[in-house]
Design a protein around this ligand. Structure first.
Ligand SMILES: [Zn+2]
Ligand SMILES: [Zn+2]
Length: 364
């Protein structure tokens, strides 16, 4: 749900929303500063951690598409679409380091992510989990305030029951992939970094299917409709992301996750400002002068509110705890009611006489 991970801009010492050029510049400087080869042995571990941290921030923010997603949804937006491996694999580090011989450091650090050695095992594990899925759910402000349950319907991949997800026709077995010799990965050079890539023949599994399962045509998966009741907690707002573990696509090693992106419809009466809601209420000039009880809308029905005599136009009254409950600290916000005073446009003969009389009393 709400990620506690550090802000990527902060990591690079930048203002939120800094440009890709600024990101590159900041990263180049920090990378040179924190290069583990430039510090003493006692600081090495720390420098390595720091280097990984800034590299991840760079990998996300230097890619316009990921940057946009991060700017809009924060870490949740990135986590829902990319694994750490994806982030590092698609980032362009050679842009930064040119031919400066920085390659070995990536080999050393990110070997597990497919930058170098060690890939044989990691490609297999990466294959195992199914893909994450995303859905958008639109709810009313009332539902965002009270919390709600929504039925969502979507299609996802289940493991094929006929072949138990193996893709091989029941009774037959898989064979070692000839392209990668069962390793699951092939190496290719891209600039100065040598990348390991998922073997295109076997898709990283190291094995190929001789006789494909007839039900799933060898994919090991079948598409199915899924109806799911989603519990939406009170306090969500547009941009909130809920993560439902293991409700994504099926994979060899389990399901991916389902991410629900919340959108809250604008309300006809209330304007939301964080945990506060604002509304305007019209009262008669007589009520404004004499004071008394008025009816005020709230998100859970109308309530009575007392106003003092001599209430001025645009006075704002606060209804405690009638706003929106904060998603994180669970504290309720307030409702702010702005008073509008209606001046009658037409008066009857009698009304006019009374007002004139009143004016005389006031010496006007
Ligand atoms: Zn099958
Ligand atoms: Zn292969």
């Amino acid at each position: 749900m709400m990620s506690t991970a550090k802000d990527y801009y902060e990591i690079l010492g930048l203002q939120k929303g800094a440009s890709v050029d600024e990101v590159k510049k900041a990263y180049r400087q920090l990378a040179l500063k924190h290069h583990p080869d430039r510090v003493g042995t006692d600081q090495k571990k720390e420098a390595e951690e720091k280097f990984k941290e800034i590299s991840e921030a760079y990998a996300v923010l230097s890619d316009p598409e990921k940057k946009k997603l991060y700017d809009q949804y924060g870490h949740a937006g990135i986590d829902s679409r990319y694994s750490t491996e994806d982030i590092f694999r698609s980032a362009n580090f050679s842009d930064i380091f040119g031919g400066s011989g920085f390659g070995d450091i990536f080999e050393q650090f990110f070997g597990d992510f497919g930058f170098g050695g060690g890939a044989q095992t990691s490609y297999r594990t990466r294959q195992q989990r199914g893909q994450d899925l995303q859905l958008e759910v639109t709810i009313s402000l009332e539902d965002a305030s009270s919390g709600t349950e929504k039925l969502v319907s979507f299609s996802r991949y289940d493991s094929c029951t006929a072949c138990k997800g193996s893709g091989a026709e029941p009774g037959s077995s898989k064979e070692k992939c000839p392209s990668c010799n069962g390793q699951g990965a092939v190496r290719s050079g891209l600039g100065f970094i040598s990348f390991s890539q998922t073997c295109p023949t076997c898709g990283g599994e190291g094995k190929i299917i001789k006789n494909r399962c007839r039900v799933c045509s060898g994919s090991g998966k079948t598409k199915a409709r899924k109806d799911l009741k989603v519990n939406i907690p009170k306090g969500v707002d547009t941009g909130s992301v809920l993560r439902l573990k293991d409700e994504g696509n099926s994979g060899m090693g389990g399901r991916g996750d389902l991410y629900i992106y919340i959108r809250v419809r604008p309300h006809s009466m209330f304007i939301r400002e964080g945990d506060f809601i604002r509304c305007k209420v019209k009262i008669s000039i007589v009520k404004a002068i004499l004071g008394g009880e008025i009816e005020v809308p709230t998100l859970d029905g109308k309530v009575k509110m007392k106003i003092p005599s001599g209430t001025q136009p645009n006075t704002i009254f606060r209804l405690k705890n009638k706003g929106i409950t904060n998603l994180r600290n669970k504290r309720p916000g307030d409702e702010l009611v702005e008073i509008e005073v209606e001046i009658p446009k037409k008066l009857s003969f009698r009304e006019k006489r009374i007002i004139e009389e009143w004016a005389k009393v006031r010496g006007e």
